[in-house]
Write a protein that binds this ligand. Sequence first.
Ligand SMILES: Nc1ncnc2c1ncn2[C@@H]1O[C@H](COP(=O)(O)OP(=O)(O)O)[C@@H](O)[C@H]1O
Ligand SMILES: [Mg+2]
Length: 163
Amino acid sequence: MKSDIKQINVKNNKNIIKTIVSNSSKDTENIAYEFASKVHSGDTLALKGDLASGKTTFTKGFCKYFNVIENVTSPTYTIINEYSGDIPIFHIDCYRINNTKELLNLGIEEYFDLDGIILIEWPEKILDFLPENTIIINFEHNNESNNKRILKIEMNNNIKSKI
Ligand SMILES: Nc1ncnc2c1ncn2[C@@H]1O[C@H](COP(=O)(O)OP(=O)(O)O)[C@@H](O)[C@H]1O
Ligand SMILES: [Mg+2]
């Protein structure tokens, strides 16, 4: 998995442009809410990180900004959840994806052409499908505290100015 991460960085020429510390799940929701104000319909966010690193919590806060009223939970079994807020939000969890055929059966390619924002948990599983301008957020646990997470944001130079 580590080598995949390196690959996507090199392939898409992404840089870490921001590191944010979260000290609680509420913090992570607030960070996501603020982040959501800066992205636009058509953007894709890849949320990378271990189990319980805060990817779904981030998605909750993000959806709040767009006034989503549905309960935001990890679509681990459904793979894709669509929420109808101010704009459509597609929440994809690739944890249970085993191969490209499964992705093609879901019609994954078509989602990238729709209006709205896509957030993807376990994006390592669909590297080949990710748009070039995908914004990557790495979620890391921290030994100092159970409730601390480090969020590192990576994106292409050409869209850096947005954040
Ligand atoms: N700073 C933090 N940010 C996000 N979640 C946190 C934080 N501190 C503790 N947690 C807890 O960690 C878990 C994160 O779960 P979740 O967002 O579902 O992770 P993931 O989708 O990455 O598996 C939740 O139980 C949450 O309460
Ligand atoms: Mg999750």
